[in-house]
Design a protein around this ligand. Structure first.
Ligand code: NAD
Length: 292
């Protein structure tokens, strides 16, 4: 592979940052957890490539980072597309010369999920509640197979494709790296309703361990974060319904949802040399979800 010289002025505004001089690729970086990671990593000196399906919030995130002295670029990504993942990795090399750190935060909660579409999310939840009133097993026995496939395609296959494309660059360049996948408490807890999301996240967890074992001798660490409920577009629809809100807070000993920045802090630890002997782990910033 030919790597062109870096064309974007590197982030030199945070020379003592924990990711100074590194390049980070963040999928799902336009919103929520991915955006918080993008901002935090840039503040720690990384050059950041935000890759996301949604262009407008992605470009807004880039603008905010660049305005505060960081260095970021945006590339559109369909996480489930191999071609798009390869183009993402090539764009990182084109702009910044290399890839050191990756966070795979692109994800969906159901097949029709579109980040920020609260109205669509509410309609969908209403439909699911009506189906469950008729048949309590509807989320399983009547699960639309295309919906299941889309969740698996984006969350699980998308994570694999991002790992493949970015780890290939690290390996070709003979450089160490750190990959952080975003799983969920749903990797271990089936939660409620459709099996698609928890199955995809359990898959992300096993994929992370497999990749960690394969890549450890080659200098690449791979770890997963399994957040509890975090205040993002993805959970906004649940916050609107008192019953769900109570259920979530009742199962979270800290009695609140987390903030995206609280996940970015864990991602920063895993991405940085502070975690130099950590690989194949799943860390749960979840307010105590699994203490019960
Ligand atoms: N919010 C939570 O409570 C929570 C808990 C555990 C895990 N997670 C996981 O964290 C990750 C980030 O979610 P979030 O809560 O920040 O939600 P979010 O909607 O704010 O962010 C998700 C991002 O992924 C992008 N995305 C979705 N489908 C994509 C696709 N096909 N290709 C490229 N980009 C795509 C969206 O455009 C969006 O910017 C997801 O993997 C989610 O499953 C979230």
């Amino acid at each position: 592979m030919n790597y062109r010289l870096a064309m974007t002025t590197p982030n030199t505004s945070h020379p003592s940052g924990r990711l100074a001089g590194k390049t980070a690729v963040i999928t799902g970086g336009s919103n929520g957890i991915g955006r918080a990671c993008s901002e935090r990593f840039a503040a720690e000196g990384a050059n950041v490539l935000i890759a996301d399906l949604l262009i407008e919030p992605g470009e807004a995130a880039v603008e905010a980072i660049n305005a505060s002295g960081g260095t970021a670029r945006f590339v559109q990504l369909e996480a489930a597309s191999q071609e798009a993942n390869e183009a993402m990795a090539a764009a990182a090399v084109e702009h910044f010369g290399t890839i050191d750190v990756v966070v795979t935060a692109a994800g969906v909660s159901h097949g029709e999920y579109r980040s920020g579409d609260l109205e669509g999310g509410m309609k969908r939840m209403q439909k699911a509640a009506e189906a469950a009133a008729v048949n309590p097993a509807a989320s399983l026995v009547d699960l639309d197979i295309d919906d299941w496939r889309r969740v698996l395609d984006v969350n699980l296959t998308g994570t694999l494709l991002a790992i493949q494309s970015t780890a290939s660059v690290m390996l070709d360049q003979g450089k160490p790296g750190s990959i952080v996948t975003i799983a969920s408490i749903a990797a271990k807890d089936p939660l409620w309703g459709s099996p698609s999301y928890p199955v995809s996240k359990a898959g992300v967890w096993m994929l992370t361990k497999n990749a960690a074992r394969t890549l450890a001798p080659l200098g690449i660490r791979v770890n997963a974060i399994g957040p509890g409920f975090i205040e993002t577009n993805m959970t906004a629809v649940l916050s609107e319904v008192d019953e769900y809100n109570k259920m979530i807070l009742g199962s979270t000993p800290m009695g609140r949802k987390g903030k995206p920045s609280e996940i970015a802090s864990v991602a920063l630890f895993l991405a940085s040399d502070d975690a130099s002997f950590v690989t194949g782990e799943l860390i749960h910033p979840d307010g105590g979800w699994f203490t019960g």
